[in-house]
Structure formats: structure tokens, C-alpha cells
Design a protein around this ligand. Structure first.
Ligand code: ADP
Ligand code: MG
Length: 361
């Protein structure tokens, strides 16, 4: 992997930094979970301490523009930050002498998600190097993630390296004592993880919609519960009778819909987690947004933090639940990626990591 620590002399040189500031924002425009912004600080400080002149490129989904969030970004990063509405202003900065600039929401340009190569060329123009520190978008085939790095000398940022190291650590940990917990929705992103990790784990504990998908395919009665429409095809390659694959035995229901795992499941899962030395968790056990359906998810979070296992968690909703429970600090590693983490755990090659030489060592 080409590490930012090995970047050549960049004093005074313009560096394009793919950062990650995709945070939730409340109705008053306040960032209410700054975890991802704070995680960018170390790498940014590193580049600026080397004398680089940095242009940050990032996206945000919660609001259209970064402009109103700029004061908060400055506060969390502890820096003065210039702001560019468009690429003309970026090119002016590159020629000029400023030290730190943020380009507005890169997804404002449809070319970003279309992975337009002419657009990638305009973005890369004039820069001496590219640093990717946005692990959470590394599974996306977008211009600033997957194409720009082929146009410049490119390096993995400190956060990207840390995420890869932690994910490899849990993947490579011995099967004995490894427990994988999968909840939430979107079976298409979860089944490949189960398929890849189950052979190298003691147990896979399921909850949420993914458990309902499995229960349905097994012929269990799940009433009018939410399922993934394509569950049967997605689960086709998985042995649903594998002794290591667990589904809930009881549930909390409302109007014929299963909305959380029940107390028997919580107790059984707690006992399995208590014996673990490595825990990987993605996806809430139920509709945790409603306090009545939080207990299944709370039981998992509390069981993990009560034990002594190395714990890695990730996923936007998983983090939101853990944050709500006030347990964020208690996990060994909280991954900034959701989809990217799942793709990595499923052993897929991420398009943003390929140009950084992650798979050619
Ligand atoms: P993450 O963001 O952590 O990867 P997901 O996005 O996969 O998690 O799943 C979280 C969503 O799954 C939540 O919105 C939650 O309400 C929903 N969910 C979990 N269990 C159920 C259920 N039994 N029925 C309906 N929705 C559920
Ligand atoms: Mg989610």
C-alpha cells in the first residue's frame, strides 16, 4: 500500500485530499454526530505539517452544500478553511498560495457519481499528489474515489490505513472465539459478509431484517414483517442449516410485524458474546429508532462492552444506536464505513483501494 507517510517532499505543493465529512445534520443545521469529521483531523494535520497546500474534496448527503457547515468544520478540525463553490476557484487556489480549501459537496456535480473521466481530469489538474482518506466511500466507483487516483501519484491516508488494519485484524483473527453479529436491512450487502466470514467464525448471530429473510426462506411464519424482496436469490449460496448460523427464537411484534428480537434471544446471544475474543457487529436487531424496539439492540451493545473481546462495529444506523446508548467509547474500533466496511469484510476489492496498491503487496 502506498502510505501518505511515504509521500515525497510536498512542501508548498498542492495536494488533493479526498476526505469524508458525510455526517448527519439536524433540522437546525447542527452536526449531531461529528465522529467522521474528527477522524479526518490526524491525516489533515499530517499533510499540513509537511507543508502541503491542501484542497479537500468530500460529499454530504444530509444537506446540499457544505457552506453553512463551514464554521462547524473549522471548529472540529481546529483550522481556518477557505471555501470553493466551483472548480475555477480550486484551480485559482492551486496557482496561488493558500494552505487549506474545501470544495463544496462533490455530489453537486452529477459527473462525480457517473465517474466521468473528463471531470476527474479537471479535478486532478495542477495537483502534485492525491491522498484518499475517505474509507467510507472506497466501495464507490465515483470520479474522486476511483478515477482521480489513477491520474496523480496517489497515497492512502492515515484513516484509510487504520481502517484496513483493524478490518484485517478481525478477519484474520482465529475462528475459535470469533462472533459475527449481523442485523439491519439490505441483504444484498450483508449476505456476502456472512458467506465469507462464517467458515472462519464460531457463530453468526442474526437479527433485524436479515434474520427475517432467513426465517422466511426456512419456511417460518413471520407474518407481515419487512423482508428484502430478493432475499431468496441472495441467500441461495448460503447453508441456512449451518450450526454456526443463529436466528432469533422469539420476537417483539406489533400488528403481525416483527420489530425486535425478544428476551430469550437476547439472553442466548449475550451468553455467546460473553465467550467471544473477537466480535464484529453491523446492523441493529430491530427498529431501534422507536424506543420500544431498542431492547434487542441494547442487549447486543451491552453484552459486547461487558465482555473482554476485541470489538469492531460499523454502519450508520449501528453507530446511531450505540451513540444513543452512550456507549460509543466502549468499543475497540468504530469503523467510519458502512457499505465500504461490509464490502471489505466480504473480501471484495474496493475500487477506491485498488489505485492505492492495497491489493498488490
Ligand atoms: P447499518 O446502517 O448499521 O448498516 P442498516 O441500514 O442495514 O444498518 O439497517 C438499519 C435499519 O434496519 C434501521 O432503520 C431499522 O429500523 C431497520 N430494521 C431493523 N430491524 C427491523 C425490522 N425487524 N423490521 C423493519 N426494519 C428493521
Ligand atoms: Mg443504514
Amino acid at each position: 500500500m502506498k502510505s501518505v507517510r511515504d509521500i515525497p517532499d510536498i512542501r508548498g505543493a498542492p495536494v488533493l485530499l479526498r476526505a469524508d465529512f458525510d455526517v448527519p445534520v439536524d433540522e437546525h443545521g447542527h452536526v449531531h454526530e461529528e465522529f467522521r469529521i474528527v477522524k479526518q483531523k490526524e491525516n489533515l494535520d499530517f499533510l499540513l505539517s509537511r507543508g502541503a497546500r491542501v484542497v479537500m474534496v468530500a460529499h454530504i448527503s444530509a444537506v446540499e452544500s457544505f457552506r453553512p457547515l463551514l464554521p462547524q468544520l473549522k471548529k472540529f478540525l481546529g483550522r481556518e478553511i477557505g471555501f470553493a463553490d466551483d472548480l475555477t476557484e480550486v484551480h485559482r487556489f492551486v496557482q496561488d498560495a493558500g494552505s487549506l480549501l474545501l470544495l463544496d459537496n462533490i455530489r453537486k456535480w452529477p459527473e462525480e457519481e457517473r465517474n466521468d473521466s473528463a471531470f476527474a481530469g479537471e479535478l486532478a489538474a495542477g495537483f502534485a499528489a492525491y491522498v484518499n482518506n475517505a474509507f467510507a466511500v472506497c466501495h464507490r466507483e465515483h470520479a474522486s474515489v476511483a478515477t482521480v487516483p489513477f491520474m496523480l501519484p496517489s497515497f492512502a491516508g492515515l484513516l484509510v490505513q487504520a481502517e484496513i488494519a483493524q478490518l484485517r485484524k478481525v478477519m484474520d483473527a482465529p475462528a475459535a472465539g470469533k462472533v459475527v453479529i449481523m442485523g439491519g436491512a439490505k441483504a444484498s450487502t450483508k449476505v456476502p459478509v456472512i458467506r465469507h466470514l462464517i467458515a472462519n467464525a464460531d457463530a453468526v448471530l442474526t437479527g433485524g431484517v436479515i434474520a427475517l429473510d432467513i426465517a422466511k426462506v426456512l419456511g417460518n411464519d413471520i407474518g407481515a414483517s419487512r423482508v428484502d424482496p430478493d432475499a431468496a436469490e441472495l441467500l441461495a449460496g448460503l447453508d441456512l442449516n449451518d450450526q454456526r448460523l443463529h436466528i432469533p427464537e422469539d420476537s417483539v411484534t406489533d400488528n403481525g410485524r416483527i420489530l425486535d428480537t425478544g428476551p430469550l434471544t437476547a439472553a442466548r446471544y449475550r451468553d455467546i458474546i460473553a465467550t467471544a475474543s473477537t466480535v464484529i457487529w453491523n446492523g441493529p436487531m430491530g427498529v431501534f429508532e422507536d424506543e420500544r424496539y431498542m431492547p434487542g439492540t441494547r442487549a447486543i451493545a451491552e453484552a459486547i462492552v461487558a465482555g473482554s473481546a476485541f470489538s469492531l462495529i460499523g454502519g450508520g444506523d449501528t453507530i446511531a444506536a450505540v451513540h444513543q446508548l452512550g456507549l460509543m467509547e466502549k468499543f475497540s474500533h468504530v469503523c467510519t464505513g458502512g457499505g465500504a466496511m461490509l464490502a471489505f469484510l466480504a473480501n471484495q476489492q474496493l475500487p477506491g483501494l485498488v489505485p492505492l496498491g492495497v491489493y498488490t503487496e
